[in-house]
Design a protein around this ligand. Sequence first.
Ligand code: 13P
Ligand code: SF4
Length: 327
Amino acid sequence: MLFDKEVAKVGYLSRSVPEGIDLKEAILKLKKEKNAVILAHYYVSDDIQSIADFVGDSLALAQASKKVAADIIVFCGVHFMAETAKILNPEAKVLLPDLNAGCSLADSAPEAEFLAFKNQYPDAVVVSYINCSSEIKALSDYICTSSNAVDVVNSIPKDKRIIFAPDKNLGLYVQKVTGRELILWDGACIVHVNISLDKLNALLATHPDAELIAHPECLPEILEKASFIGSTKALLEHVQSSNINKFIVATEAGILYKMKQAVPNKVIIPAPALESNTCACAECPYMKMNTLEKLYNTLYYEVPEILVNEKTQAGALKALNNMLTIK
Ligand code: 13P
Ligand code: SF4
C-alpha cells in the first residue's frame, strides 16, 4: 500500500502539517468528516486529552472500544490498547498515531518464552494483565486490568493454580489482597518502578498533611506507604470523593490533567522519579509519543492501521470477554 514502507521504517507517517492551521480544530474537523472517534488514556498529553471523545483507564477504554459505532477509532495510547480495540471492535479501522508507542510490560513477555513458561504449569489458569500483546492474550484464559485484577482472580475456583502475567508488582499486590498464591511472570512497568522511595519519603515529610495514593504497578515498598491503591480511574475518583485536600500521586503524571480539572481547589503533587526528566515526575515515554501532529497525520492519511490476524483475534477476544463478563 501507499505508505506501508514508510510506516514500517519509522513507525508513523512523518509529514509536516499544513502551515498556520489550528491543529486541534483541524483534527476535530477531520474526525467529523471521517466519522472517527478519538479514545485516549489518562497518560497522554493534556492537548490530546482535551480533544478526545473519551478519556479513561484501560478497562473503561476497552469497554468504550467495544461499543463505539464509528468507522475509525484513533487510539491515543499505546500499541496493546489499540490492538485491544481492534480485537473488541474488528469492524472499525483502528489507528495508532505512532507504532513505536509500546509498553515495557508487553515487551517483557515474548510469545515463545511465555508459551514455554505456561507449559510448565499445564493445569494452571492463565490471567494476563491487559498490558500484553494480542498473542499473549490468545494464550490466556482471562484478561484483567488494574481495575478488576482482584475480582478476576477471586472469580477463579480456589483449587485452581493461577499464572499471573506480565506485571509482577500488580501480581504481588493481587496476591496480598486475595490471599491466593500466584505463579508470577517477572515483568515491570518502567515508569512506576522508576518512582523514587527516598525522594517520596522526603516529599511526605515536607507535606505531612498529604495522602499518598498509588497505582498497583508501583513497587511493594511504595504501595506499603499508600493509603489508597487503584487504577488511574480509581485514583481520579478518590481525589474527588475524599475529604482530604492534598495528595501525592504515585503514577504517570498525565493523570494530573484530569485531577486538576476535577478538583481545582485541592493540591495534587506528582510522586518524584528516580531519574529526573522534564517534569521530575514519572512520565511514560511511550504514551508521550502521541502528539497532535501525529494524530492529525494519522487521521488524514489513515495510517498506521492496527491489524490482528483472525486466529489470534478469536483467542484474545475469548479471554477479553471472560474479563468483561466479570466487570
Ligand atoms: P490503568 O489504565 O488500568 O490505570 O493502567 C495504567 C497503565 O499503566 C496503562 O498502561
Ligand atoms: Fe506500559 Fe508503564 Fe507506559 Fe503504562 S505507563 S504504557 S504500563 S510502560
